[in-house]
Design a protein around this ligand. Structure first.
Ligand SMILES: Cc1cc2nc3c(=O)[nH]c(=O)nc-3n(C[C@H](O)[C@H](O)[C@H](O)COP(=O)(O)OP(=O)(O)OC[C@H]3O[C@@H](n4cnc5c(N)ncnc54)[C@H](O)[C@@H]3O)c2cc1C
Length: 233
């Protein structure tokens, strides 16, 4: 793993059965090096099941990271948001059944009417509806997935899945797991400029962001990674 010699990891394969909200499936499917077999909403009626965040995960839009969350939303505003999420999902699902002219349990609503095709009726479902798939991949690509998704930059909802999958890797291939935690999760990559900054600091030479050629964001990430105090506001 240290030398990026990847072929041994391609020899091990694993298949997961995953139930996940559609908006998370959309992030997940970007990992193209897996074989995916998804539950067909053309063929079957979708489950009446939706993801609604718990209150402690109901955060406001981050003010400094467009892809992130900020402070928690509390009180009446949180209650109202949860109400909207539940009501919209349930109402859309009821309309889905109405268009299908069929209930989730298979009972027909109105014998005199034709139901809309499943492949069309599904378009009205909310993105928090659950889908399911089998996801088969090899260890190399699974570790790539986990290094991106069991990471603080990943959205909480996909990270939750990745964290559980980390524990399956630990049980399945414990030696690889330890190497992964050591070299990938706990390790870091240094750019050439970043390396020069660290070398100068070790030698006690003068070093600042202007002479480093790093952006403020890179500089701060570097300082934070090494636990140095030169984080810039
Ligand atoms: C925090 C975060 C934010 C993201 N934001 C966005 C976003 O805003 N919009 C968006 O569209 N995506 C976004 N992504 C998805 C991201 O850009 C990747 O597409 C995704 O993480 C899959 O990674 P991957 O390509 O390494 O995985 P895989 O598709 O599994 O590929 C594994 C490896 O195979 C190789 N490979 C695969 N396909 C190709 C190819 N076509 N050409 C060359 N090499 C290939 C690459 O070496 C790649 O690393 C985000 C991901 C993360 C983690």
């Amino acid at each position: 793993m240290r030398h990026r010699h990847s072929t041994p990891f391609e020899m091990c394969e694993i298949k997961y059965h995953i139930k996940l909200p559609i908006f998370i499936a959309r992030q997940w499917i970007r990992h193209r090096t897996a074989n995916v077999n998804e539950y067909s909403a053309r063929y079957s009626i979708m489950d009446k099941e939706f993801y609604v965040p718990s209150k402690e995960n109901l955060a406001a839009q981050s003010t400094n990271n467009r892809q992130g969350r900020g402070e928690l939303i509390n009180g009446k505003q949180a209650d109202n948001i949860l109400k909207i999420l539940k009501e919209d999902a349930e109402r859309n699902y009821e309309h889905y059944e109405e268009m299908l002219n069929e209930k989730y349990d298979g009972s027909i609503i109105d014998e005199k009417k034709k139901g809309l095709a499943r492949e069309l009726a599904r378009m009205n479902l909310t993105l928090n509806s659950y889908t399911q798939w089998y996801w088969k991949t090899d260890l190399l690509n699974l570790l790539n997935f986990l290094s991106l998704r069991a990471d603080s930059h990943a959205q909480y909802e996909i990270r939750e899945y990745a964290d559980v999958m980390m524990s399956t890797v630990k049980k399945w291939v414990p030696i690889t797991y330890d190497a992964f935690v050591d070299y990938r999760v706990g390790g870091m990559e240094l750019s050439a400029k970043g390396k020069i900054v660290i070398q100068k600091m070790i030698k006690g030479e003068k070093c600042d962001i202007e002479s480093s050629g790093l952006s403020k964001r890179e500089w701060n990430e570097l300082m934070d990674s090494f636990g140095f105090k030169q984080h810039l506001a």
